[in-house]
Design a protein around this ligand. Structure first.
Ligand code: PLP
Length: 381
């Protein structure tokens, strides 16, 4: 078993060897610029990009022209929120949720500073959005509602299609950051009634630095990156061909593997939780267990400092909150939003199981966490 055992697949994932293999020729033998329309190098690159676009679209339940390649989901979230508000003439109102990723919350804050009214809903204690509250928050000047598909810390899956239905009824755009769900759940732009969907390759065994915003028929956007007019003018900049090829392959692999992988990871996650609960007292699962990504467990351990726990577990790659939040002293805005008390918030650990996680690794992790929690509790005054 390789140590540390990697259980941080919500932060990022290893590139699948099938993905890497397909990418490699696009660094040397097929290095063309997809926008070079006058020679074979360019045509070859463009062809590869279009194959990848089709694969991303297929997995998203979209059509290829709806896929706008970006540098990742941070950019996609920025483009969705700022682009939709700008296209509507600025001002107006948007609705989002306190447990969203910072890429959404910070984009909303910037829009607020520019004169857009922002409603930030508080999720329920189980992490789910209250649909009545959401419906009531939509005003005549609301431009867009942004609710993520699945949370990156607690793995909670939102009732996306029901939110989409409310947005259609109220005639506002629905943006969903689907980063953590894409390739894991049967995400579908059409069935889920989503207008704008952010996805990224590095959370689904593809490379870092490439993602997409899927832009449905109803959405109007103002580009946030000006230049050569790539991606139908929605996102200028030379396309990252190897990464896009890898993203496409990651989608094709996910489409095949999703069902079986979900069942396997769900069973492993349940086994991890069962052992923690059997052998330790005071284990709290943060957020709904029922509506949760198969590979996610976010648990707090009574009477233990989360930092002390992580320091005592150098052989496990787990995190206290999201990768973006784990370096700051502020703690988890997601756990705060669902009302986890401070002592439990700071003792939370996120386990993220993924495609390459083995049963042996999960058993090892369970044993080590149990051992260290017991030791730290015994040291308490
Ligand atoms: N949205 C969610 C839910 C995420 O988990 C992440 C991951 O960091 C992002 C957005 C940002 O994606 P990227 O790293 O591609 O910018």
């Amino acid at each position: 078993m390789q140590k540390p055992v990697y259980l941080d697949n919500h932060a990022t994932t290893m590139v699948d060897p099938r993905v890497l293999n397909l990418m490699l020729p696009y660094f040397d033998a097929r290095f063309g610029n997809a926008a070079s329309g006058s020679h074979r190098f360019g045509w070859e690159a463009e062809g590869a990009v279009e194959v990848a676009r089709g694969r991303v679209a297929d997995l998203a339940g979209a059509v290829p022209r709806e896929v706008v390649f970006t540098s990742g989901a941070t950019e996609s979230d920025n483009l969705a929120l700022k682009g939709a508000v700008e296209a509507a003439g600025g001002g107006g109102h948007i609705v989002t949720v306190a447990s969203e990723h910072r890429a959404v919350l910070d984009s909303a804050s910037r829009l607020e500073r520019r004169g857009t009214a922002v409603t930030v809903l508080r999720p329920r204690a189980d992490g789910l959005v209250d649909l009545d509250q959401l419906r009531d928050s939509i005003r005549p000047d609301t431009i867009l509602v942004s609710v993520m598909y699945a949370n990156n810390e607690i793995g909670v899956i939102q009732p996306v299609a029901a939110i989409g239905a409310i947005c259609r009824e109220k005639q506002v755009l629905f943006h969903s950051d689907a980063v953590q769900a894409f390739g894991k759940l049967p995400v579908n732009l059409e069935h889920d009634l989503i207008d704008l969907m952010s996805v990224t390759a590095h959370k689904m065994y593809g490379p870092k630095g490439v993602g997409a915003l899927v832009v449905g028929r109803r959405a109007r956007l103002e580009a946030q990156m000006d230049g050569g007019g790539h991606e139908n003018g929605m996102r200028s900049g030379t396309l990252n061909v190897p990464a896009i090829v890898g993203f496409g392959e990651a989608c094709a692999v996910a489409a095949e593997a999703m069902h079986e992988e979900g069942a396997r990871l769900g069973a492993l996650r349940d086994r991890l939780l069962a052992r923690l609960r059997t052998e330790l007292e005071g284990v709290h699962v943060n957020g709904s267990l029922e509506y949760r990504l198969a590979g996610n467990l976010n648990a707090s351990f009574e009477g233990v400092e989360g930092d002390a726990l992580l320091v005592a577990l150098p052989d496990l790659a787990v995190s206290a909150a999201s990768a973006c939040g784990s370096h700051g002293p502020a703690g988890s805005h997601v756990l705060k939003a669902i009302g986890v008390p401070p002592q439990l918030e700071q003792s939370a650990v996120r386990f993220g199981l993924g495609r390459f996680t083995t049963a042996e690794e999960v058993d090892y992790a369970a044993g080590r966490v149990i051992e260290v929690v017991r030791r730290l509790r015994a040291l308490r005054p």
